[in-house]
Design a protein around this ligand. Structure first.
Ligand SMILES: [Zn+2]
Length: 272
C-alpha cells in the first residue's frame, strides 16, 4: 500500500483550492491527451482549456499538465460582469455557481476567480432542436448578402456572427468528430466538426480546446471567443455546411430569443 502511494505521489502534485483541486501531472512516455483525460475521467477539452499546449497531439515525457478535479473551468471576473452574465455564458444558473464557490451573496469583484464545475455547465442549453446555441451572445451579423464590415462592399456572409466578450466559452452545437482545429486565413483560429449530415465551423476563436480526430458531444467545450483572423471585435463566426453548401444556421438553431432556457422556467434572450 505504501509503495503504491509513493509511486502515485511521484507523478502527481496536488494543490487544494476553494471548491476544487488542481493536479499537476507529469506526462509519462507513451501518454497521450486521450489516455490522460481518461485516467482523470474528464474531457480532453478540459485539459486543453487549462493548459497552453503547443501541440496537443505530441506530448513530451516529463512535460507538466494541470488537471482540475472535479472537472470544471476557471472564470476570472471582469469589470461589468454579474453572476447572471457568467451563469448565461456557461449555460448554468446563478444558484449553482453560488453553491459551487461557497458564496453567500451575489456580490463579485473584478479579478475574483470562480470555479464552474462541468456538472453544472449546459443546464440551460436549449435542446429543442438538433443544434444548440454554441455561445451566449448578441447576433451581430446575419447569414447572406450584407455590406462587409471591413471592406464596406456587398458580399456574401457564409454564417452568422454572435458577438460575445473575449474568453466566453464556445460549445459544440452538434455531436461529431473534429476534422479541423487550427489557423485558417480569414477565419483565424477555427474548429470544424463533422457530424452525420453537416460540417459546422467555429471561427475567430482566441483559444481552441479540441484536437483533430477528437469525438465531441453536443455541449463539449471547443474553444473560447476571440478576435483572430479578419474580425472587427470579439465574436464567433458560426457556419453550417450541408451537402457542400452553406445554409442559414438560424433555420437549424432554436429561436434566437430562446438561447438560454433553464428547466425551472427562467428564459433569456440572446441580446441585452
Ligand atoms: Zn462571420
Amino acid at each position: 500500500m505504501k509503495r503504491l502511494f509513493i509511486a502515485f505521489s511521484l507523478w502527481f502534485c496536488i494543490t487544494l483550492l476553494g471548491g476544487y483541486l488542481t493536479v499537476s501531472y507529469v506526462v509519462q512516455s507513451g501518454d497521450n491527451l486521450y489516455n490522460i483525460a481518461k485516467k482523470f475521467r474528464i474531457s480532453p477539452s478540459t485539459i486543453l482549456d487549462w493548459n497552453n499546449l503547443a501541440n496537443p497531439l505530441k506530448l513530451k515525457a516529463g512535460q507538466q499538465i494541470v488537471v482540475p478535479q472535479p472537472e470544471g473551468y476557471l472564470y476570472v471576473v471582469k469589470q461589468g460582469d454579474s453572476l447572471y452574465s457568467i451563469a448565461r455564458a456557461f449555460f448554468t444558473s446563478v444558484s449553482d455557481i453560488l453553491i459551487a464557490n461557497d458564496l453567500n451573496s451575489e456580490l463579485i469583484k473584478p479579478g475574483q476567480k470562480l470555479f464552474i464545475p462541468q456538472k453544472i455547465v449546459g443546464k440551460a442549453f436549449n435542446t429543442e432542436k438538433g443544434y444548440i446555441w454554441p455561445v451566449y451572445g448578441v447576433l451581430s451579423s446575419p447569414y447572406g448578402s450584407r455590406v462587409h464590415p471591413i471592406t464596406r462592399q456587398m458580399s456574401f456572409h457564409s454564417g452568422i456572427d454572435i458577438a460575445a466578450p473575449e474568453g466566453t466559452p464556445v460549445f459544440s452545437s452538434t455531436s461529431g468528430v473534429v476534422v479541423f482545429a487550427g489557423e485558417k486565413s480569414g477565419y483565424g483560429l477555427m474548429v470544424e466538426v463533422k457530424s452525420n449530415n453537416s460540417i459546422v465551423r467555429y471561427g475567430h476563436l482566441s483559444k481552441i480546446t479540441v484536437y483533430e480526430g477528437q469525438g465531441v458531444e453536443r455541449g463539449t467545450l471547443i474553444g473560447r471567443v476571440g478576435n483572430t483572423g479578419i474580425s472587427t471585435g470579439p465574436h464567433l463566426h458560426f457556419e453550417v455546411i450541408v451537402n457542400s453548401k452553406t445554409v442559414n444556421p438560424l433555420a437549424l438553431l432554436p429561436s434566437s430569443n430562446k438561447v438560454y432556457v433553464l428547466k425551472d422556467g427562467v428564459e433569456a434572450a440572446g441580446g441585452e
